[in-house]
Design a protein around this ligand. Structure first.
Ligand SMILES: [Zn+2]
Ligand SMILES: [Zn+2]
Length: 128
């Protein structure tokens, strides 16, 4: 890969694009994109110190990044940052029945509520 391609991948990676989108945009085979991204995770270099006490961290390559030197620091940090407990990611959807936008934590969802789901089913049934 050329430096230009690497820069391009990194930029797309940082903007949160998936392998497929990166491959489509750069024209690089998806398998190359995948293996490159795995070897160069975004922000890999950034977390070198414990987020709570600043003690140096030793990251294990291929494993999930550590943010804290110990469970004690992790618990302390979460205790001090309750606003970061946002839970799971939210996905935006448009209800197929009423057209209203709604969010939930599933990637795929078709209806904003059980009521819309039931009405959509009823409509299909009555249309025969
Ligand atoms: Zn610490
Ligand atoms: Zn709805």
């Amino acid at each position: 890969m050329t430096n230009e391609q690497i820069e391009h991948i990194t930029r797309l990676q940082q903007s949160g694009k998936g392998y497929r989108a990166i491959a489509a945009e750069t024209g690089i085979p998806i398998n190359s994109v995948k293996s490159w991204c795995r070897r160069h995770p975004v922000g890999a270099e950034s977390q070198t110190a414990c987020q709570q006490c600043g003690a140096p961290l030793c990251q294990t390559p291929g494993k999930r990044q550590r943010r804290f030197c110990s469970d004690r620091c992790r618990l302390l940090w979460w205790g001090e940052h309750p606003e970061c407990r946002t839970g799971r990611a939210k996905y935006l959807h448009t209800c197929r029945f009423c057209g209203r936008e709604f969010t939930n934590n599933r990637i795929t969802a078709s209806y904003c509520s059980r009521a819309c789901f039931a009405r959509a089913r009823a409509q299909v049934a009555s249309d025969g």
